[in-house]
Design a protein around this ligand. Structure first.
Ligand code: FE2
Ligand code: FE2
Length: 281
């Protein structure tokens, strides 16, 4: 299948439309939490940020949809916008149900440079999802919350995986349609967007650390998560979870490759390093 062909467009859009899951956030099987689990849920320091990010995602994707003229792409991107808005709704329902302290910050205006915003958002999702896969696995293994809660978040994770697969295909398709130069420049263009995403992620982490100052996510809560945590294990989890989740997608589709490749290189280097390191005396 030629990237940029009508067949390519139809394949990634059809796949996206066919894998849609209908659900209503208000009627999901939200579990009753005991005091300890409720405390752990409330102690997570980033619900306000997640709530804001999902609302902003819905607004960006919706605004971008209005600028797309190709009816096949438009229908798929519109569905993504709907799903992002539903993620925000899901987080809102959770905040209300469990009494989580997370304010609804006013949304920024997202109307200008909407295509660049959509791309920034897409590459940001690729980065967040790759790291999120690892965090999700560690949280689940450590039974940070009851299984029923993870089952709800699993739906959300699956949708984000669909979003990034759709996005990298849309990106390659649109670049290919712009001509030879845009097509060969795609790796470089992607790299530039990934660096921007990394910059924003670092900014968010800094702001988060300043706001929370380690107070809310207390040492006890964090230790549930972080017992035995090493960067290498985290990277291994991100990498293997990415592989597992991507394995469920049609092999004809492109999938995000930058971060998995980077992680693979880093992990090989770490393995080599620990192999060469002399054993402690
Ligand atoms: Fe989302
Ligand atoms: Fe998404």
């Amino acid at each position: 299948m030629k990237i940029g062909s009508t067949e390519h467009r139809d394949t990634f859009c059809r796949h996206f439309m066919q894998t849609y899951t209908p659900y209503d956030p208000t009627t999901l099987p939200w579990p009753e939490l005991d005091a300890a689990a409720l405390q752990r849920l409330k102690s997570v320091p980033f619900w306000e940020e997640v709530f804001y990010t999902e609302r902003r995602a819905g607004a960006i994707v919706k605004a971008f949809t209005d600028t797309v003229s190709d009816p096949v792409l438009k229908q798929a991107i519109e569905l993504q916008g709907f799903e992002e808005a539903r993620h925000a709704e899901l987080i809102r329902v959770m905040i209300d149900k469990y009494g989580i302290d997370a304010a609804e910050r006013p949304l920024e205006d997202v109307s200008d440079n909407i295509e660049t915003r959509f791309k920034d958002f897409g590459f940001g999702e690729c980065m967040d999802s790759f790291l999120g896969f690892g965090v999700f696995k560690i949280a689940m293994q450590s039974e940070f919350l009851p299984r029923e809660m993870f089952a709800i978040f699993e739906t959300l994770m699956y949708e984000e995986t669909r979003h990034i697969v759709f996005f990298v295909n849309w990106m390659a398709y649109s670049q290919a349609r712009k001509g030879f130069l845009a097509r060969v420049a795609l790796p470089l263009t992607s790299f530039r967007y990934y660096m921007r995403a990394l910059g924003r992620l670092a900014g968010t982490a800094r702001r988060g650390a300043a706001v929370n100052d380690g107070k809310e996510f207390s040492a006890t809560q964090a230790s549930v998560f972080l017992d035995g945590f090493t960067f290498r294990r985290f990277l291994e989890d991100c990498y293997s979870e990415n592989r597992r989740r991507m394995g469920g997608f049609d092999p004809e589709l492109l999938r995000p490759s930058f971060l998995p490749q980077l992680a693979e290189t880093a992990l090989s280097a770490m393995r080599l390093w620990s192999f060469r390191k002399p054993a402690p005396a």
